[in-house]
Design a protein around this ligand. Structure first.
Ligand code: FES
Length: 152
């Protein structure tokens, strides 16, 4: 293949990929995921083996796919009526809340923040959470023992 043809193919592929694929970043796990343009954010979560419950089967009714959008809200499809209604009833809703199953990615620059305590799928995440919990329990026991020694 000639050099000109190679350059043409590379440029074509770059344009093609920009049109058909978008990249979203997942915080705090810090991964970037390519998804097809107009696919929902949920597909990006599932590509990363995140354990999203999807109680309603992705119909925007259960909020088990709730995420926060740190950046790039304009690169998502607008909120639809069902999504608005579902978000209105959850207590953790903020101005940057979206339902991953309803938010379609139409542009670049989307950074998704996973609500803490949700989407645990990797044993490392569970281990980290358990270690943190054990540290807190140990510290509480230490304080309780110290207090008990002083008063007894
Ligand atoms: S999966 Fe139920 S609201 Fe998204």
């Amino acid at each position: 293949m000639s050099q000109d043809k190679k350059i043409f193919v590379i440029e074509f592929l770059e344009v093609y990929l920009k049109v058909v694929a978008k990249t979203i970043k997942l915080d705090p796990i810090g991964t970037e995921t390519a998804i097809q343009t107009n696919d929902n954010v949920l597909s990006g979560l599932l590509k990363n083996d995140l354990d999203v419950m999807q109680e309603c089967g992705g119909r925007g009714m259960c909020s088990t796919c709730h995420v926060y959008i740190k950046e790039g809200m304009d690169s998502l499809s607008p909120l639809n009526r069902r999504e608005k209604r579902t978000l209105e009833v959850i207590t953790t809703c903020k101005t940057n809340s979206r339902l991953a199953c309803q938010a379609r990615v139409i542009g670049e620059g989307v950074v998704v923040e996973l609500p803490s305590g949700m989407y645990l799928s990797q044993i490392d995440d569970v281990d980290a959470l358990m270690a943190d919990a054990l540290r807190k329990i140990s510290f509480t026991l230490f304080l309780a023992k110290s207090w008990w020694r002083r008063v007894s």
